[in-house]
Ligand binder design. Structure first.
Ligand SMILES: Cc1ncc(COP(=O)(O)O)c(C=O)c1O
Length: 442
C-alpha cells in the first residue's frame, strides 16, 4: 500500500515487463512516445529509425492514416459485438479479403488475438480434425528445435527454445521435435536460401518410424524461423516436409506470424516457397501491429470435416471473447487497404537484392561470424564474448538505440526486419549505423 501511495506517474516498478531485463531497463529506461512511418521518437526527443518493424509487426510503417481512421471510425460506430452465435459485417468482410490474398486452397479463417493464440488454435484444430475424421489416435504434435511458437503451453511444447521451456514443467505430452536447420559450417554467409540441409526434413521419417504415423496429428514449423535468430530453410527443405506429411496423412502447419503479410516479398511464405501447408498461423502484420489480432487459415478439407451433425450444434468448441473484435477487424481492413494501395505485400521482393547486398557488406566488421537474409529479413551473428553469451549483441542493441537505430537481438544474433516502406537510402542509413556500432568495440 505504501508503494501505491508513493507512486508517481513515472514510477516504473509496477509493470513487470515481458521478455525484458527488468532491472537493467528500469535503471536506464528506453521509452518511445511517438512514431511516424519509419521512425520512433524517444522520450528525450530523439528520432530512432525502425529496423525491426516494432516487433516484426509494423509492416506498413507507423501511424498510417487509413489504419488510424478505420479504428477511429469503428470505435464510434460499433465498439464490440459478442463473438459467439452473433456477428458483425466487418468480421466476414475481413475473412473474405484475407482469403483473397492467401495461398490457393486456404478458404476459411478463425480469429484470435495474438500469434500465441493462433498457434494454440491451429494445434487444437489439428487434433479435433483427426478426431472428427475418425482418426482420434492421431494426437502427437511435432515441432522443431529452435522453433518459436509463442508463449502458451501448446506453443512452448512444440517450440524449441530452451529458455522458453525449461521453467514450465513437463509441458504437453506426446510432442517430438525435428532438428533445426542451422548449418553455419556449410552455409555461412549465404544470400537467400542455403544450399545444404534439405535432407534434415527426412528426420520426419525417423520420427514417423518411431511413433507410427497413426499417432501423429501435425507438424508445425516457421517457414523462416525468426525469433531464434533468423534460420532460413535450405533449398527444397519445406517441400520435402510437405511430401512426407502428405505421404503419412499428417497435417502441415506453417507458423507465419513473422513471414505473413509481405515480409518475404509475397503475401505469405507459402507462396514465396510455393509449398502448400494445411493451415497458416498469422498475427502481427495482420493489423500492422496496431491492435492485437491473429488469424488462422485452414483449407476447406479441414473446415468441411467439422460441418456435420445437427445444424443447431456448435461445430468446434473453441474461440475467444475478442475473436473478430470490430475495432481489430477495422484495423485489419485499413491495413490490407494500405498494403494494397502501396503494393507492400510484394515490395519486399523488389528491395530484397539491395537489402542483401547492404547487409552482407558488414561481413568484415569485427566479431561478425555469419550473415544471412531472405526477403526483408536479415541476421548478423556475432561471436559471443567468452563466458558471457548474449552480452555482445545486447551491447550492440543499446549502442544502436543510443545512435538512433532500432535493432533486435536474440542470443548473440542481431535480427533485422524493417517496415516494408523502407527506402534504399534508409537501408543504407541503417546498415551504416550498424557498421559504426560493430566497429565500436562492443
Ligand atoms: C513465429 C511466431 N509464432 C508465434 C509468435 C507469438 O506471437 P505473439 O507474441 O503475438 O503471441 C511469434 C512472436 O514473435 C512468432 O514469431
Amino acid at each position: 500500500m505504501s508503494n501505491r501511495l508513493n507512486a508517481t506517474p513515472n514510477d516504473l516498478r509496477a509493470f513487470w515487463m515481458p521478455f525484458t531485463a527488468n532491472r537493467q531497463y528500469k535503471k536506464e529506461p528506453r521509452m518511445f512516445v511517438k512514431a511516424k512511418d519509419m521512425h520512433y521518437t524517444t522520450h528525450d526527443g530523439r528520432q530512432v529509425l525502425d529496423g525491426t518493424a516494432g516487433l516484426w509487426c509494423v509492416n506498413a510503417g507507423h501511424c498510417r492514416p487509413l489504419i488510424t481512421e478505420a479504428i477511429q471510425q469503428q470505435a464510434g460506430e460499433l465498439d464490440y459485438a459478442p463473438a459467439f452465435q452473433l456477428g458483425h459485417p466487418k468480421a466476414f468482410e475481413l475473412a473474405n479479403r484475407l482469403i483473397d490474398i492467401a495461398p490457393d486452397g486456404m478458404e476459411h479463417v478463425l480469429y484470435t488475438n495474438s500469434g500465441s493464440e493462433s498457434v494454440e488454435t491451429a494445434l487444437k484444430v489439428a487434433l479435433a480434425y483427426h478426431k472428427v475424421k475418425g482418426n482420434g489416435s492421431r494426437t502427437r504434435l511435432i515441432g522443431r528445435e529452435r522453433g518459436y511458437h509463442g508463449v502458451n503451453f501448446g506453443g512452448i511444447s512444440v517450440g524449441g527454445i530452451v529458455t522458453n521451456r525449461k521453467m514450465f514443467g513437463t509441458l504437453l505430452t506426446g510432442v517430438d521435435h525435428l532438428p533445426h536447420t542451422h548449418l553455419p559450417e556449410k552455409n555461412a554467409f549465404t544470400k537467400g536460401e542455403p544450399e545444404h540441409g534439405a535432407d534434415l526434413a527426412t528426420e520426419l521419417e525417423r520420427i514417423v518410424t518411431l511413433h507410427d504415423a497413426s499417432t501423429i496429428a501435425a507438424v508445425i514449423v516457421e517457414p523462416v524461423a525468426g525469433s531464434t535468430g533468423v534460420l532460413i530453410p535450405p533449398k527444397g527443405y519445406l517441400q520435402k516436409l510437405r511430401d512426407i506429411c502428405t505421404k503419412h496423412g499428417i497435417l502441415l502447419i506453417f507458423d507465419e506470424v513473422i513471414t505473413g503479410y509481405g515480409r518475404l516479398g509475397a503475401p505469405f511464405a507459402a507462396q514465396y516457397f510455393d509449398v502448400k501447408p494445411d493451415m497458416i498461423v498469422t498475427a502481427k502484420g495482420l493489423t500492422n501491429g496496431v491492435i492485437p489480432m491473429g488469424a488462422v487459415f485452414v483449407t476447406s478439407e479441414i473446415h468441411d470435416a467439422f460441418m456435420s451433425g445437427p445444424e443447431h450444434m456448435i461445430e468446434f468448441f473453441h474461440g475467444y471473447t475478442y475473436s473478430g473484435n470490430p475495432i481489430a477487424c477495422a484495423a485489419a481492413l485499413g491495413t490490407l487497404d494500405t498494403y494494397r494501395d502501396e503494393g507492400l505485400l510484394t515490395r519486399g521482393a523488389e528491395l530484397a537484392p539491395y537489402w542483401a547486398d547492404a547487409l552482407h557488406s558488414l561481413k568484415d566488421c569485427p566479431n561478425v561470424i555469419e550473415i544471412r537474409n531472405i526477403g526483408l529479413i536479415g541476421a548478423i551473428e556475432l561471436a559471443p564474448i567468452a563466458g558471457e553469451p548474449t552480452k555482445r549483441a545486447f551491447s550492440a542493441f543499446l549502442k544502436a538505440y543510443e545512435s538512433g537505430y532500432l535493432i533486435r537481438t536474440t542470443g548473440d544474433i542481431i535480427a533485422l526486419s524493417p517496415p516494408l516502406i523502407i527506402t534504399k537510402a534508409q537501408i543504407d542509413e541503417l546498415i551504416d549505423g550498424i557498421r559504426k556500432v560493430l566497429q565500436s568495440n562492443i
